[in-house]
Design a binder for this molecule. Structure first.
Ligand SMILES: *Cc1c(COP(=O)(O)O)cnc(C)c1O
Length: 365
């Protein structure tokens, strides 16, 4: 197919007053824009009919395979409006490549990188009026691919839909940059060896919801998953990666494997040397983590991902009744200097307020 996503003529759009009313308090993921990008795929014809059309319900038969076997993958990225009115994306090529890897794992067709970029940029241009102007607010973009074929046999679908929807968004955590507590679950796992932990697929989230509920019941903002075999090796949070800062200036994060390789994670690892931090992506055990927090060898911890950027962590609460007072590990510096410096550097690049030596940002408008 050609990589172009032409705008379907005649799509009805919201008035500027309607958009202004929504942008006054956008929340996160609640409102959707006037348009969506879509392309359809069949095993016979490949990708076809790519376009930017109205945001409207899909016509999906009840036998549609995604509804039964969850053959689906997605992405998440943001469009940032800068002070001069221009609109930019942050490392969208990495989202395009990750969508290809996720699709391959779920045996869905890969969407070429150029088509991904054209769809996202076309949608941002069509819905330019929806890109917020206020600081820290963005247009969140959600590309996804799902099995649309009506067929109940268990095999990979021969009809698939790719779409991108857009949602104006304020801060992901209502509490802003306030530190969150993390619930370390030992009842649930997110991923196992050979599973889908490294793919951004909806099923990973569905299987994590109960653990998130358990975390919320303990007053925690996120759940931390450990490995499925031993419940000993730190993996990641419900929908974010996790980092630790040591007193001797190392920046620790779990190695890739079962975790979702975040673009924020990768960017933080690449920025670390600017702050004199030595990045270490390696296995981290709960035993090491607890001991290092108590001894103050680990002083800061934070969660990171596109939606929440960098959010500081105050405490880890452990799902271990026998541990008594040891069931909690509080960071010495819950809003530490390094967490704040990394966050500031990252958002300054994203918003064009700082130099961008890696060429991470890409102008759309
Ligand atoms: C999307 C996601 C992340 C963060 O990835 P970013 O590219 O930084 O947004 C981390 N963990 C999971 C499970 C995710 O789905």
């Amino acid at each position: 197919m050609s990589a172009a996503f032409p705008l379907v003529p005649g799509v009805a759009v919201s008035s500027s007053a309607e958009i202004a009313q929504i942008l006054a308090n956008p929340g996160f993921g609640v409102y959707f824009t006037d348009h969506m990008a879509q392309a359809d795929w069949t095993a016979e014809a490949g990708w076809q009919d790519s376009r930017i059309g109205p945001y409207e319900p899909f016509s999906l038969p009840p036998g549609g395979a995604v509804l039964h076997y969850a053959q689906e993958v997605f992405e998440g990225l943001k469009a940032y409006r800068r002070a001069d009115g221009s609109v930019w994306l942050f490392r969208p090529e990495l989202n395009a490549r990750r969508l290809i890897r996720s699709a391959e794992r779920m045996d869905l067709p890969a969407l070429p990188e150029e088509a991904f970029l054209a769809s996202v940029e076309g949608l941002v241009r069509a819905d330019a009026a929806w890109v917020p102007e206020r600081d820290e607010e963005t247009l969140y973009l959600r590309p996804f691919i799902f099995a649309s074929e009506a067929f109940l046999g268990v095999r990979s679908a021969r009809q698939v839909v790719y779409a991108v929807v857009a949602s104006p968004s304020g801060a992901y955590f209502a509490s802003g940059f306030r530190p969150i507590d993390i619930w370390v679950t030992s009842s649930f796992s997110r991923a196992g060896a050979g599973g889908t932990g490294a793919a951004k697929c909806g099923g990973n989230y569905a299987s994590g919801l109960l653990a998130s509920k358990e975390a919320a019941a303990h007053g925690c903002g996120q759940v931390l998953f450990t490995d499925a075999a031993e419940h000993e090796w730190v993996e990641e949070l419900g929908g974010m990666n996790v980092f630790f800062v040591t007193s001797d200036r190392r920046l620790l994060t779990p190695a890739v494997g079962n975790i979702l390789e975040g673009i924020t994670r990768q960017s933080v690892l690449e920025l670390a040397p600017e702050f004199g931090l030595a990045p270490e992506a390696r296995p981290i055990s709960l035993t090491e983590l607890k001991a290092a927090i108590w001894s103050r060898d680990i002083t800061e911890a934070f969660a990171c991902g596109t939606a929440a950027v960098i959010t500081p962590i105050a405490r880890f609460l452990f799902d271990d009744e026998s541990a008594g007072a040891e069931a909690e590990a509080a960071l010495a510096e819950p809003q530490g200097e390094m967490t704040q410096a990394l966050r500031r550097r990252l958002v300054d690049i994203q918003w064009g307020r700082a130099s961008d030596p890696g060429g991470w940002t890409r102008r759309v408008i």
